[in-house]
Ligand binder design. Structure first.
Ligand SMILES: Nc1ncnc2c1ncn2[C@@H]1O[C@H](COP(=O)(O)OP(=O)(O)OP(=O)(O)O)[C@@H](O)[C@H]1O
Ligand SMILES: [Mg+2]
Length: 532
C-alpha cells in the first residue's frame, strides 16, 4: 500500500472517529495543505499563526483540532472564536457544527443586530464554543452573561484585520478577560510582518505555519483589469457583465452609498442585484445572504464587509467596481471566487488615475493583472447573437414544436424559410422590452425589490436635476391621476430615481409619464424587471 497516500487521509491525523465521520459527511476526505500542517501542531497544544491562501480550508484547519481538544463533559464555554463580520461568525459556527455533528458539541454564533436577550438565554443553556464579532462579545463580557474563566482556546479568524486599527482595542480587552494559560490561534490569508510582530504579545512561542510562500492569491483565479473613465464606469461594467459568463458575482464598492447606487443602476438594467453593507438591518443582511446563497440573487453588491472569509460556492466572478485602497483587501475580495480548487475570474475596473494602486497590488500579491480591452457595442451584440443561437438550438433539441411547425408549414410555399425564421425571431424579440422604448403590454415586472403588489419605476430624473420626493409625487399624480397616497417608496440617486406604484397603475403611470417634460428635460420611465 502506498504509505504517503495513507498519511494524507483525515483518518491518519489521529482524530476522534466521530470527527472523521463528520468530515466524511461533508465530503472532506483528504486534508488540504494547511490542515495537514496545522492540525497536528494545534493538537500538540502549540500557539499558532497560520497563513494559507483564500479558499484553502483554514476554517477546518482550526476547527478540527479545536473540537478534538474540547472536553465534551464540560458544559462551560471553552473556545472563543472572533471574526470581523456577522456573516462570517454565522458561517464559521455552521461549519463547526457540521464537523462536530456526531461529537454533539454546542456552538453558538453571537453578533450585533440580533436580540441580546435571546443570546443570553442560549448562553445559559450551556455552550462550549462561541463564535462572535468583537463588539457583541465585549457586550456580553461586560454584562457577565458570557463567562470565560474556563476558556482554554482563543482563535482569531482573519487575524490581521482583527489586530488592525479598527478592532485592536476590542480584541485586547476580550483577550484580557480570558485565562493566561490559554492556547491562541491566528489565521488569515494575509499576515503583514508588523501584525506578526504585534501578535507575539498575545501568544507564547507560537508556531508560524504558512502555505502561501510566494503568491498570496491562488492560481485558479484569472485576474484582469479594464480601464474606464469614472463617468462611464457603469456603462463599462454593464458591457463587461453582458459579455461575461457569470453564474454569480460579488461586486465591491468603496462606500455604502456607492453600493446602493450601483444596485439601483443594475436593477434598472434588469440584473437581479442586491446590496450588502453595514447600514442594513441584520434581518435584511440575513435575507440578502440567503437569497445569494440560493442563487435567487445573481449579483451581490457589497462594501468590504463581504471581502473576508465568506464561502459561497456559485461565485464565478468578483468585480472590483472601485479598486480596493489596500492590497490586502484585494487578496481577500478576489478570494471570494476560485475556492476549494474551483476556477474563478477577478475583474478590476480602474480609472486612468488609479494605475499606481494597481501596480502596488501587483507588487504585494506578486501576480500579474492582465489588461483587457473594454468590449465594444459590437462585441456585446455579437455575444447576444451567440446567446440567441444557443437558446434556439436548445429549443430545437427539446422538440415539442408541433403547433409552431404547423404555422410555418402554412407559409413555406409562399415565403423563404430564412425570412420566416427571421421574422419569427423578430416577433419573439419584440416581445422583450428594450431600454429605448418600453413595450407597455408585455413588461414582465418580476421581483425587483419592490414591496408585494407594487412595481418599481425608474425615472431619468436625479439629484442633478434638483428633483425632490414631493416633486416626484406631484409629477406622477398630476400626469397619471393616481393619488399621492398610493405612491410607495421613492429614492433619488445622482442620475435617476425610482418610485413604487401599485401594479394595476404601472402601465398607466408609464404611458402618462414617459417622454413628458420636467423643468425642460424629457423624462424616460422604465419599470424594473427581473432578468430573463
Ligand atoms: N479537506 C477538504 N476537502 C474538501 N473541501 C474542503 C476541505 N477543507 C475545506 N474545504 C472547503 O473549501 C472551502 C473553503 O474553505 P474555507 O472557507 O475554510 O477557506 P479559508 O481558507 O478560510 O478561506 P478565506 O481566506 O477566504 O477565509 C469550503 O467550501 C470548505 O467546505
Ligand atoms: Mg476563512
Amino acid at each position: 500500500m502506498n504509505h504517503r497516500k495513507e498519511t494524507k487521509l483525515f483518518g491518519n491525523l489521529e482524530l476522534d472517529r466521530r470527527i472523521v465521520d463528520g468530515l466524511k459527511e461533508m465530503g472532506f476526505e483528504e486534508p488540504t495543505p494547511i490542515q495537514q500542517l496545522a492540525v497536528p501542531q494545534v493538537l500538540a497544544g502549540y500557539d499558532m499563526i497560520g497563513q494559507a491562501q483564500t479558499g484553502t480550508g483554514k476554517t477546518a484547519a482550526f476547527s478540527i483540532p479545536m473540537i478534538e481538544r474540547l472536553n465534551p463533559r464540560k458544559r462551560e464555554v471553552q473556545t472563543i472564536i472572533i471574526t470581523p463580520t456577522r456573516e462570517l461568525a454565522i458561517q464559521v459556527a455552521e461549519e463547526i457544527s457540521k464537523i462536530g455533528r456526531f461529537s454533539r458539541i454546542k456552538v453558538l454564533p453571537i453578533y450585533g443586530g440580533q436580540s441580546i436577550e435571546r443570546q443570553i438565554r442560549s448562553l445559559r443553556l450551556g455552550v462550549q464554543v462561541v463564535v462572535g464579532t468583537p463588539g457583541r462579545l465585549l457586550d456580553h463580557l461586560r454584562r457577565q452573561t458570557l463567562k470565560v474563566d474556563q476558556v482554554d482556546m482563543v482563535i482569531l479568524d482573519e487575524a490581521d484585520e482583527m489586530l488592525d486599527m479598527g478592532f485592536i482595542e476590542d480584541i485586547e480587552e476580550i483577550i484580557r478577560h480570558t485565562p493566561a494559560e490559554r492556547q491562541t490561534l491566528l489565521f488569515s490569508a494575509t499576515m503583514p510582518q508588523e501584525i506578526i510582530r504585534l501578535a507575539q504579545q498575545y501568544m507564547t512561542d507560537p508556531k508560524y505555519v504558512t502555505v502561501s510562500k510566494t503568491n498570496l492569491t491562488v492560481p485558479q483565479i484569472e485576474q484582469v483589469f479594464y480601464e474606464a473613465p469614472e463617468k462611464n464606469k457603469l456603462e463599462a461594467l454593464c458591457r463587461i457583465l453582458d459579455i461575461s459568463d457569470i453564474s454569480q458575482g460579488i461586486l465591491f464598492c468603496r462606500t455604502k452609498r456607492g453600493v446602493d447606487e450601483l444596485v439601483a443602476g443594475l436593477q434598472a438594467r434588469g440584473f437581479a442585484a442586491a446590496a450588502l453593507h453595514g447600514d442594513l438591518s441584520q434581518q435584511q443582511r440575513n435575507t440578502v445572504m440567503r437569497q445569494f446563497r440560493s442563487s435567487e440573487v445573481e449579483l451581490l453588491v457589497a462594501t468590504d464587509v463581504a471581502a473576508r472569509g465568506l464561502d459561497i460556492e456559485g461565485v464565478s466572478h468578483v468585480i472590483n467596481y472601485d479598486i480596493p485602497q489596500d492590497p490586502e483587501f484585494y487578496v481577500h475580495r478576489i478570494g471570494r471566487t476560485g475556492r476549494a480548487g474551483r476556477s474563478g475570474v477577478a475583474i478590476t475596473i480602474i480609472s486612468p488615475r488609479e494605475y499606481r494602486q494597481l501596480r502596488q497590488i501587483e507588487n504585494i500579491t506578486k501576480t500579474h493583472i492582465k489588461r483587457q480591452k473594454l468590449p465594444s457595442i459590437a462585441d456585446v451584440v455579437e455575444r447576444q447573437k451567440e446567446s440567441i443561437k444557443e437558446r434556439l438550438i436548445q429549443i430545437i433539441n427539446e422538440g415539442k414544436l408541433g403547433y409552431y411547425r404547423s404555422v410555418v408549414d402554412a407559409l413555406v410555399d409562399e415565403y423563404d424559410p430564412m425570412d420566416i425564421a427571421a421574422a419569427a425571431l423578430k416577433l419573439s424579440m419584440d416581445l422583450e422590452p428594450n431600454s429605448e422604448d418600453v413595450n407597455l403590454n408585455t413588461v414582465n415586472f418580476g421581483n425587483t425589490g419592490a414591496r408585494p403588489g407594487m412595481v418599481r419605476l425608474f425615472l431619468t430624473l436625479g439629484r442633478k436635476d434638483r428633483v425632490t420626493p414631493p416633486e416626484i409625487i406631484k409629477l406622477v399624480s398630476d400626469e397619471s391621476g393616481i393619488s399621492g397616497g398610493q405612491i410607495g417608496n421613492i429614492n433619488i440617486y445622482e442620475n435617476f430615481s425610482f418610485v413604487e406604484v401599485p401594479e394595476d397603475w404601472a402601465n398607466c403611470v408609464i404611458s402618462c409619464l414617459h417622454r413628458q417634460h420636467f423643468k425642460g428635460r424629457r423624462i424616460f420611465v422604465e419599470p424594473a424587471r427581473a432578468r430573463k
